[in-house]
Each structure stands twice: as C-alpha cells, then as structure tokens.
Design a protein around this ligand. Structure first.
Ligand SMILES: Cc1cc2nc3c(=O)[nH]c(=O)nc-3n(C[C@H](O)[C@H](O)[C@H](O)COP(=O)(O)OP(=O)(O)OC[C@H]3O[C@@H](n4cnc5c(N)ncnc54)[C@H](O)[C@@H]3O)c2cc1C
Length: 397
C-alpha cells in the first residue's frame, strides 16, 4: 500500500457502497448503536437507481419483498412501485436513519493487515484503518460490454441499457436489443411502445414467466408454495400455469431450459424473466426474436443463421458484473472469477477477519435486507465486547 496517505483510524465498520445494501446495513448498525462510515464512489446516494435506470422501470417484485429493514414503504405505494417512488423511499430512509455517506470516495484498494489485525482501505488521499469491512458494492457494479466481432465497425448508435432512459428518441428506428433478461425484455417493450421496429437477440434458453398468475404475484406464489412443496413440484406448477397463460414460448423462438425456473435459480443463479407484456408483442410479431450475432457490420448485424439486417441503433442489454476483484485484495471469501462470495446464500454474508458482504445473494433487495440484519447483529455483538474491554481498560489504567 502507498504510504503518503493520511491515515484515519475508525473504531466501527467501514461500508463500501451507498446503494440499498450499504444504507440498509448502516441503518441496522445505527439501531444497534454501532458507529460506521460509508464510502461511495459516486456523488449521490443509490446511483444505480438514480443514474443508470430507464424511466419506465418499476420494481420487478411486489413491494413487500423490496422493503429495507426497519422502515416500510408508504401505504399509498402501488404493488409495484415506480423507480421514482423507490428513489423517494431511499431518500426518506437515509434521512430517517441519518445515513451520511462520504461521496466521491472510490475505494481503490482494501487489504487485511495481519500484523495489526485491521483492514487498510484506500480512498481519495486517505487510508482508513478499521476492524470490520463491509463490501456493499453490488452485484451490478460494472456494465458487461460484450466482445462481439465487428462491434467497433457499427456506425449507428450503440449503447448499454445503463445509458438507456426512454424510447421516444428511437421513434421509427430499427433497433436491435442484444440480450433477453428482465432489462432487455422491458427495454424492447418500451421501444415498441414508442413505435420503434424492434428485434431482440435471444441467445440462450430461458424461462419467461408471467409476472402474475391468477392475479397473484408469481414470485409471491412461489415463495408460499415452497414452504409446503419441493422445488420440482413448484416448478411444475409454475410451468403449467405459464403454459396456460402464455402458450408455448418455443414456437416464438424462446426455448426453455431442461430444469425448472426455481431450480435453475438456486443451482446457477439465473433469474427467470417476469413478463410484463413483452411476450404478447413477440406473439403479435411487433417484436422479432433473432438468434445470436455472428458479427456486427457498419450498418447492422449478421446473425448465426447467416441472415443480415440493418439497424439504426443497437442496445446492449448484456447485464452487469461485480467489481470486487478490482479493489479487494482477498481471495479466500470472494471468488477471483466473478467477484461474488464463494459460499452461496444463506452463508454468503460473512468471511474471515471481519470481512462481510451485503447484497451478494442473487436475491435482490430481500437478500440485501437479510444480509444487513445479520451483519449488524454480528458486528454489534463483537463491537459491544470490544467496547466493554476498552472501557474496562480505561477504568483500570
Ligand atoms: C434494472 C434493475 C432493476 C431491479 N429491480 C429489482 C427489484 O424490483 N427488486 C429487487 O429486489 N431487486 C431488483 N434489482 C436488483 C438489486 O436489488 C438492485 O440492483 C439494487 O440496487 C442492489 O443494491 P446494492 O446496494 O447491493 O447495489 P448497488 O445499488 O449497485 O449499489 C452499490 C454501490 O456501491 C458503489 N461502489 C461500487 N464500487 C465502489 C468502490 N470501489 N468504492 C466506493 N463505492 C463503490 C456504487 O457506486 C453503488 O452506489 C434490480 C436491478 C436492476 C439492474
């Protein structure tokens, strides 16, 4: 580590990242009387939501699964709050718990110093020294920019969904959406609603489920059924209901994986798409499903089936990845390939030497909230013990 930095010893945990996971952990620590510090690389709270999400975004899951600990959503919020409503909730949350991140403080390096048994964390011109380090930098810290042949040759507009705000700028255009996860599907729908001619690349097999079955949230129903039935049986019921509602997706170019949606989620972390109307547009032919891209050309794309099509714009809905391996010098708890904890939920929140992970469960805001509660409880117990020892030492010396 560089030595000309000003050293700051901090008695409580240091949280990296002021997204929902970081602020939830901060609130839980505050409730337990543990002082903390949050470092955030951007200049605002929850920048993933404020700066990198499209306008029509609503929470994908019903609100009761997206609340942070200790504070409910306002009762007037709809079942699926809008992005703006969620942001206003986060703003109210930090105000209520007086969470004050240090902004513009990107952590460059964090490393455990075994000789003093503390973490050394570099940000700005400071080196923080602390006993506990909470990684809350998110599963979606960096955009995934795919390596597709000829991508730099394309002369039209090329952007990632993180920069896509709304479809009205693409009215009348031919647009290719590359990727068919929840974001790709919703952006394709938004473009279609704004009179763009949309094609969407569906490369892999995927599960698409209606967001609601018989008026009940598919996610909520799955959670309830899993209390009584094995995962295979719940998957079979979900797929039966989906077939009745959506029909055979394979007929429209969307093949289903051999294993069911919930089993696949727990085995490989692959989230099913919750359909909010895109599939109807695919069925009616308003959104065209195309196979994987062989290469981009200056005017469009050539697909693996040999077809070539011209496009005005290409939108990469190719997702995000963790950035932990770029700054955390630790290889035992976080995997060096994907920057996620090596142990999966429910054991993904605590590593060794005072290292914690909040929001790496692949279970959205619900998982982040669970992490926040567990981490705060654990640290509060340890902090209490350290604090008492410190007070005893002070009294006796
Ligand atoms: C489009 C979209 C919709 C989603 N909808 C839902 C939903 O409806 N329900 C649900 O449960 N989940 C949803 N999720 C998933 C997840 O809940 C969100 O991504 C949520 O924002 C995760 O919170 P987080 O705090 O873990 O990560 P983030 O919100 O990404 O926050 C991480 C923070 O860490 C900061 N950071 C990163 N690196 C550093 C560094 N080196 N130093 C300092 N700061 C750093 C970032 O700037 C960021 O502010 C959605 C995700 C996306 C992308």
């Amino acid at each position: 580590m560089t030595s000309n930095l000003k050293q700051v010893w901090f008695p409580g945990p240091l949280i990296v990242g002021a997204g929902p996971s970081g602020i939830a952990t901060a609130a839980c620590l505050k409730e337990r009387g543990v002082p903390y510090l949050i470092l955030e690389k951007e200049t605002c709270l929850a920048p993933s939501w404020k700066l990198r999400t499209y306008e029509r975004l609503k929470l994908h899951l019903p609100k009761q699964y997206c609340e942070l600990p200790l504070m409910a959503f306002p009762p007037e919020f709809p079942t699926y709050p809008t992005k703006q409503q969620f942001i206003s909730y986060l703003d109210a949350y930090v105000e209520r718990f007086a969470v004050k991140p240090l902004f513009d403080m990107a952590v460059r390096v964090a490393e455990y110093d075994a000789s003093i048994r503390f973490w050394r964390v570099e940000a700005g011109d400071l080196e923080f020294i602390c006993r506990w380090l909470i990684v809350a930098t998110g599963e979606n810290a960096e955009v995934v920019w795919p390596e597709i042949r000829g991508i730099s040759r394309f002369r039209g507009q090329l952007l990632h969904t993180s920069c896509y705000m709304k479809g009205d700028g693409h009215r009348g255009e031919k647009v290719l959406v590359v990727g068919s996860g929840n974001s790709g599907m919703e952006v394709a729908l938004d473009l279609c609603d704004n009179d763009a001619k949309v094609s969407m690349v569906v490369r892999d097999k995927l599960h698409i489920l209606p967001r609601e079955l018989l008026g009940i949230s598919t996610f909520g129903m799955s959670m309830a059924l899993l209390k009584w039935l094995p995962v295979k049986a719940v998957d079979a019921l979900l797929l039966f209901g989906t077939r009745l509602l959506l029909g055979d997706t394979e007929k429209y170019g969307i093949k289903r994986p051999a294993i069911g949606p919930l089993e696949l989620k727990s085995a490989a972390g692959k989230t099913p798409v919750l359909d909010i109307g895109t599939f109807a547009k695919i069925k009616s032919g308003q959104i065209k499903v195309v196979p994987d891209i062989n290469q981009f050309t200056s005017k469009g794309a050539e697909f693996v089936d040999g077809e070539h099509e011209e496009f005005d714009s290409i939108i990469l809905a190719t997702g995000y990845k963790s950035n932990v391996t770029s700054w955390l010098k630790e290889e035992e708890f976080f995997g060096e390939k994907d920057g996620f904890p090596r142990t999966s939920f429910p054991n993904s929140w605590r590593g060794k030497n005072g290292l914690y992970a909040a929001g790496f469960t692949r279970r959205g805001l619900l998982g982040a909230s669970m992490d926040a509660c567990k981490i705060a409880e654990d640290i509060a117990n340890l902090y209490g013990a350290v604090d008492i020892r410190h007070k005893l030492n002070t009294i006796t010396s």
